[in-house]
Design a protein around this ligand. Structure first.
Ligand code: FES
Ligand SMILES: [Fe+2]
Length: 397
């Protein structure tokens, strides 16, 4: 194989990545260091941690983080690695506790990560030096982000510039109505590249293509978009466009973006019949028949309809496996069974993700073939192209 840096220099602009980027372990190692452990990953909504002791665990590429609400009300992140001999401390995915007890030899940690009990240790053993290590956790308007480094990128630009669009949907007070995990036996980049482009939507997603206009040609799309823009103000939706995504991210900051795209006339939201599946979000007063795309760094994407938000998080497991976690969020005061039905709420993105998984796995099989060679992106794969360019930039030394 050519060296990684040669592969990067030889990568033809506007073409899909060379095979090694999907198959080679050394490249994956470099990605861990430069991309995966350096960037923020969405790990849930603050309303999933209402009380001290509420916790969840986020697993990413061999690392595991415990996110827990402390007694002082702060949200803390700890490496899920015992300071005795390194066992995972917390084996549950989420729950409530007053302390974490390591399942191996029973060392106990409080909600601040401090070691509070360790049996039969010598007299000079100092518990104070054996707290759980910290993992970075920050909250952006209700969204919890985790980063597996002590020196993460700043979230300040994202927090301030996305404040206005996030306030429209009242992100601070959303609640998670449903959450599902989809394991995808393919390199993480194939999973995210697929999410970045809608060239495949017309062929692979009849359900999605019925309502979303992203795959229309420019002329038709402009017309439908204009109709939505004419409706926006009366519905309480501001017309905002922000592109600080990937290569356009400010220096030292996580990338972010926001845009709103029209749905077809018949659709008020992303549901089977286009009718609402939950109460209007935030201060919205009516359906403008649009859907907003939020972009939070390289792994976390959200789609805000007028009545619900779908959060997509793609994480690497290893170089051949990735995971897609989807959160469906509705307004915080909505009641299940009365204001929304989980099956109706989750229908579109569940069927769409199941078909995405299939096309990603097929893509992965072909990319592993000796006959694979990079192919040219279409006009409709611009975002994917930018994403790939950003990855190469991060890997370049
Ligand atoms: S490894 Fe945790 S108590 Fe021994
Ligand atoms: Fe798709």
């Amino acid at each position: 194989m050519q060296s990684i840096q040669n592969l990067i220099s030889n990568q033809q602009p506007g073409y899909s990545l060379a095979q090694e980027f999907y198959t080679n372990r050394e490249i994956f190692q470099l990605e861990l260091e430069r991309i995966i452990y350096r960037h923020w990953i969405f790990a849930g909504h603050v309303t999933q941690f209402p009380n001290p002791g509420d916790f969840s665990v986020l697993n990413v590429a061999g690392e595991s983080a415990i996110i827990v609400r402390g007694n002082d009300g702060a949200l803390n992140g700890f490496a899920n690695v015992c300071r005795h001999r390194g066992s995972l401390v917390c084996l549950e995915e989420h729950g409530h506790t007053d302390k974490f007890t390591c399942p191996y030899h029973g060392w106990m940690y409080d909600l601040d990560g401090k070691l509070i009990a360790a049996r039969d240790m010598p007299d000079d053993f100092d518990r104070k030096t054996r707290s759980l290590k910290r993992v970075s956790v920050e909250v952006v308007h209700g969204l919890v982000f985790v980063c597996f480094t002590d020196k993460p990128l700043s979230l300040e630009a994202c927090r301030s510039e996305l404040a206005e669009p996030m306030a429209m949907f009242d992100f601070e007070n959303l609640k998670v109505a449903a959450q599902k995990t989809y394991d995808i036996p393919a390199n993480w980049k194939l999973s995210i590249e697929n999410y970045q482009e809608c060239y495949h939507c017309a062929t692979a997603h009849p359900e999605y293509a019925r309502m979303h206009t992203l795959m229309l040609g420019d002329d038709r799309r402009d017309r439908v978009q204009q109709h939505m823009e004419d409706r926006m103000a009366a519905c309480g939706v501001k017309n905002i466009y922000i592109n600080r995504v990937d290569t356009a991210a400010p220096d030292g900051e996580m990338g972010y973006g926001y845009s709103r795209t029209a749905l077809f006339e018949k659709y008020k939201t992303g549901s089977k019949d286009g009718q609402p599946v939950a109460p209007l979000l935030g201060d919205l007063t009516d359906y403008d028949k649009g859907a907003s795309d939020f972009n939070f760094g390289p792994f976390s994407f959200m789609l805000a309809y007028s009545d619900h938000v779908v959060a997509y998080v793609f994480t690497p497991i290893d170089h051949n496996n990735s995971r897609c976690e989807i959160y469906w969020m509705v307004r915080g005061d909505a009641t299940e069974g009365k204001d929304y039905d989980v099956d109706a709420l989750t229908w579109l993105w569940d069927v769409t993700t199941i078909s995405d998984k299939e096309i990603i796995v097929n893509n992965s099989k072909g990319v592993h073939s000796k006959y694979y060679e990079p192919g040219p992106f279409s006009e409709m794969e611009k975002e994917e192209r930018t994403y790939v360019e950003w990855i190469l930039r991060e890997l370049k030394s």
